[in-house]
Design a protein around this ligand. Sequence first.
Ligand code: HEM
Length: 500
Amino acid sequence: MARSGSLAGSTAMGGRRSHGGQAYLLVCLVGVGLLLLAMAEIRHAAASDGAGKGLGVEYKTENEKKSGDGEKYFKYPEKGDEKKGEEKKGEEKKGEEKKGEEKKGGEQQKGEEEKKGEGKGVCNYFRGGPEPSYEKQPKEGEIDYSLYGKEGRACLLRALHAATFEVLDRDKTMAATLLRMSFHDCLTRRDWAKGACDASVLLPREINHPQNENLRRAAPVIYEIRERAAQQCNVVPTKADTIAAAGAASIDWSDLENPEKYGFTIGRRDRNPESRGDNPMTLPLATETLDSNLAKFWASGHLDAHDSTLFTIGGHSIGRSACEHFSFRLNNQTCCRPVDPTLDPRRACKLTQFCRSGDGGEHHGDDGGAEGGRKMSGDGGKTRGEEHKAESGYGGKTHGKEQRRVHFDFITPFKLDTWYFKITLMNKGLLTTDHAFGHDPRTAPYVKFYAHNQQAFDVDYIKAFIKVSLVGINHHKTIVPNNYFYCKTGHQQSAKGFQH
Ligand code: HEM
């Protein structure tokens, strides 16, 4: 009895237990369900407002990341990845250590953060001084001096310049790409209004556009320069300032003077990263008429015939073009009789041979280009192989095939000087648009003038650059900087407040 009773009891108990178990299971399931819902909600919130809060990070789903071309260009490839990797590995010990350090070193800063009630990851100190108070709405077209404070501005100008020089010493072909990037950032028109230097060129719609194909290689460089400057100065420069300052330093590196001597400075807010970015088709095109391109220059930045000629032909005195932008001028059958009779037959022949060979190799000037660039000391640049690698690493390919690139200026390809003005007058300019500048009565006088006036070119080019670097800055679609402080926590530098 006792047994059966106990058995019965046990069965009864078992029955009760199983009811209790079911109820317990139900509670668990509901709990898990709620948790999952909450997590999905949080993820959704982060995805929808994260981009707006940060410095233009494009948050993407895993699928988008896999398929999205632009993704790799929107983060600094080395440091961030390392950090992410560490986090992923879940090395708790390290995490705890880090936390400990942050606690120790960042107490004062944390306290201030809490006091102000501001968001996470913001360091409310600036080199020991107070946080600059930002202008509510700066005037469009004018530098926002409230961004970094006097000391921060001076420090960043120095640091951005030095970091760009380091990059250029590593890869001399980058000077032209950085200069071109600053031009494309500033003159891409907003909703058919004027252009603006607001880092919109880094937004997916712009950087992934065919017009910017070869500029993609400069995007990680911009992030690298920005982070180095931030580390040095404890304040993160805006992306718009980084692009403009990298352009200015590239001018200096390419043998002109430092534009700072002529008034170049920083204080540009970034385009709200939630906006779509602009349409790069508002930029001048190599296949368009001079009329159309001059109209675009005027509409984008109020650049007249003089500014446009000086800025374009001067700009093309460094850098290269892919064959596809001028190959329609050539003749594959009889190279010395180009389809475009305005192109010098000797240059046409060399270009035809070079572009036809299409082995994807690097090229140092089709007509025996000299090295050029007074500041190109040291190793004299990269070997063919190295340069080629640098090229193909970031968008050297077009439509899956390797692009051959030719220096516009085959005499001094790394020097911003007047040689390309002369080359254009000799009918040896690469693009039809370059030729047009040199031969149209509205623009030819300027080409002739600068061809023989290096001194005037030196000063005027820098002034034109500065004019362009201010176009439409700090317009209403730019945002007040957020998380712009690079924090030092204890002995360790923390990337708190620094996003890409
Ligand atoms: C009518 C106006 C212009 C047209 C049609 C034009 C067109 C082009 C084209 C097709 C390329 C070759 C792109 C490639 O294959 O990667 C190029 C390169 C370049 N452009 Fe222009 N451009 C114009 C104005 C300007 C201006 C105003 C600047 C001033 C900064 C400039 C600076 C450069 C530089 C430095 C490169 C070389 C880029 C590199 O080597 O990565 N261009 N341009």
